[in-house]
Design a protein around this ligand. Structure first.
Ligand SMILES: C[S@@+](CC[C@H](N)C(=O)[O-])C[C@H]1O[C@@H](n2cnc3c(N)ncnc32)[C@H](O)[C@@H]1O
Length: 352
């Protein structure tokens, strides 16, 4: 096992929860095998957080040599949905923190301009609903609908009743030609990491749109490799809505093909983890996007490289897509085949 030392009860210094074990280990990675519900994601001095299976509270395991962030819960496949340490930093806290870390910006202005032009809007992965709120405040009088699987985010969204808020996943949507516009703001598109979920989510989005409706979204440009900055040497210090001084740290666990899996640790300023969220995001390039959108019944009308509608180039941070729902979803044609073809994109000479 590589584990040495003693197992003894202790109390977590912040929460008072019972810590079930203090274990000295030679190699923290072996903790995963030894302690069951613990993933150790990187080494470093200090402590490792884990879920205590008995209480579902956070416990701390002191490791003999090195330590790391650990996500002590089963992985779910989308951002911010890992159930974790409700008592230390709740989902409601995390939703409030999201709004604090993501203030209104140029991308929101970009999306809002489409919302205000459309009589009916579906916000796929609406999160805390900021975009829809702003649209209503700005005088939108038509139908506004936001969908998201994250209940805590939706609780914040629901402070505005004049919007239809629906809890669920994109792939499970069942609207039939009801919306003139669908948006996936703040890189929601990237949460669809498997071919199946991506295809299903685009198919339901297409079905929710009237013929000729628009889908507008952005996705991070894989060529910029933004994930290379998601590491503990780039911590983010923030004071949250409750006045708590926090340090947010990212750590990439793996990059497999175009899927990046990483953790976001919400910690005290001295590094005590309060919450660890694990997520996977897919980074599709222009060719892959064009292919998968075509397969779902969309035709891309515009590609932009920034939120002022500047041209898309290989160094653009974002790939911004405006796609028209041209026809019903084309059945068959698996994404792998389409992607393998790597359709030649003649429309964007600057991309090569
Ligand atoms: C980065 S947040 C963006 C939230 C919001 N669109 C914004 O602009 O702030 C990504 C959102 O996607 C949601 N999400 C994750 N998986 C999803 C799925 N399968 N279908 C729809 N939304 C999903 C998350 O719950 C989260 O609220």
């Amino acid at each position: 096992m590589g584990r040495t030392g003693t197992v003894r009860p202790a109390t977590h210094p912040l929460t008072g929860f019972l810590v079930t074990a203090t274990i000295e280990i030679d190699h923290p990675t072996e903790l995963a095998a030894g302690a069951g519900a613990v993933w150790v994601t990187h080494l470093g001095p200090g402590t490792v957080s884990r879920i205590d299976p008995a209480t579902e509270a956070v416990a701390t395991i002191k490791v003999g040599r090195g330590q790391g962030h650990a996500a002590g819960c089963p992985r779910r496949d989308s951002w911010r949905t890992v159930r974790h340490t409700a008592s230390m930093y709740s989902d409601a806290d995390a939703a409030a923190l999201y709004d604090l870390l993501n203030p209104w910006g140029p991308s929101d202005d970009f999306y809002l301009s489409y919302l205000l032009e459309a009589p009916s809007v579906l916000d796929v992965g609406c999160g805390t609903g900021v975009l829809q709120h702003r649209a209503r405040e700005s005088g939108h009088t038509g139908r506004l609908c936001g969908l998201d699987p994250d209940g805590a985010a939706l609780d914040r969204a629901r402070t505005l009743g004049d919007v239809q808020w629906v809890q669920g996943r994109a792939a499970d949507m069942a609207w039939d030609r009801e919306f003139a516009l669908a948006v996936m703001a703040s890189n929601v598109f990237q949460v669809f990491v498997t071919d199946e979920e991506l295809r299903a989510s685009l198919a339901t989005t297409r079905a929710a749109l009237v013929d000729g409706g628009l889908l507008v979204f952005g996705t991070r440009n894989p060529r910029v490799r933004e994930w290379e900055h998601w590491n503990p040497s780039n911590p983010l210090d923030v004071v949250d809505h409750a006045g708590r001084e926090l340090r947010i740290v990212y750590h990439v666990e793996s990059v497999t093909d175009d899927v990046v899996t990483f953790t976001e640790t919400t910690a005290t300023r001295d590094g005590e983890p309060l919450r660890v969220d694990r997520a996977s995001l897919r980074f599709l390039d222009v060719e892959g996007l064009d292919a998968v959108l075509g397969g779902a019944g969309f035709e891309v009308e515009a590609w932009y490289g920034d939120w002022s509608r500047g041209p898309l180039t290989p160094t653009s941070d974002d790939i911004i897509v405006v796609a028209r729902a041209t026809r019903s979803t084309r059945p068959g044609e698996p994404l792998e085949d389409i992607a393998a073809e790597r359709v030649k994109i003649e429309r964007f000479p600057g991309w090569r």
